[in-house]
Design a protein around this ligand. Sequence first.
Ligand code: PRP
Ligand code: URA
Length: 218
Amino acid sequence: MAPSRDNPAPAPLTVVDHPLVRHKLTLLRSRDTPTAEFRRLLREISLLLTYEVTKDLELRTVAIHTPLEAMEAPMLEGKKICFVSILRAGNGLLDGMLDLVPAARVGHVGLYRDAATLRPVEYYVKLPDGLAERQVIVVDPMLATAHSAIAAVTRVKQAGARALKFMCVLAAPEGVAAFRAAHPDVPLFTAAVDRELNDHGYIVPGLGDAGDRIYGTR
Ligand code: PRP
Ligand code: URA
């Protein structure tokens, strides 16, 4: 169906394919990359993705004095930003994001994917107040079937959020289509869209199980 006023085109998909991101993603994917290195690379990639995702954040003007003169200068209203991490792998991205926006509020949505049904099972939700006034960025390294991302964004919208973005590191084409159909108002940012999902719902070529690789489990 062609986009119309009642059926608007979905928000954009942005693939952040900066050479630094592509280089670090290759290292992240490699099965030979050990846990500590995997965590470090994920944090670095999160910094680079956050730079892109936050490109249109609102600034206010404040009065400051440089050593030479007074001036009006732009400043972020950090408290108006909220990062929501989908546990547990989302936490691998969070520290880098908070390095860039230390005043951001942080929410958590705990979900794990049932291995048989590939449906998310919710076990924890804690979100800051006042979400309607905040720019909310929901994060998880992996968008596979997108069931987890769709459920988390639905939860955050139910809590009042109106301005949302979703940031991941790797997406499957199936997940991108499902997410954009479920939440056409939410812009999507990723470092890469891989070939497909395999029969177990894993992204291929992918990087494996993000949570296990971050925390050294399994
Ligand atoms: C992984 C990943 C996403 C989800 C993606 O989490 O971090 O949350 O799978 O898959 P989907 O798009 O098909 O829903 P997992 O369920 O393995 O939980 P974990 O973070 O606790 O390891
Ligand atoms: N979750 C992961 O961690 N990796 C995948 O490839 C799919 C879901």
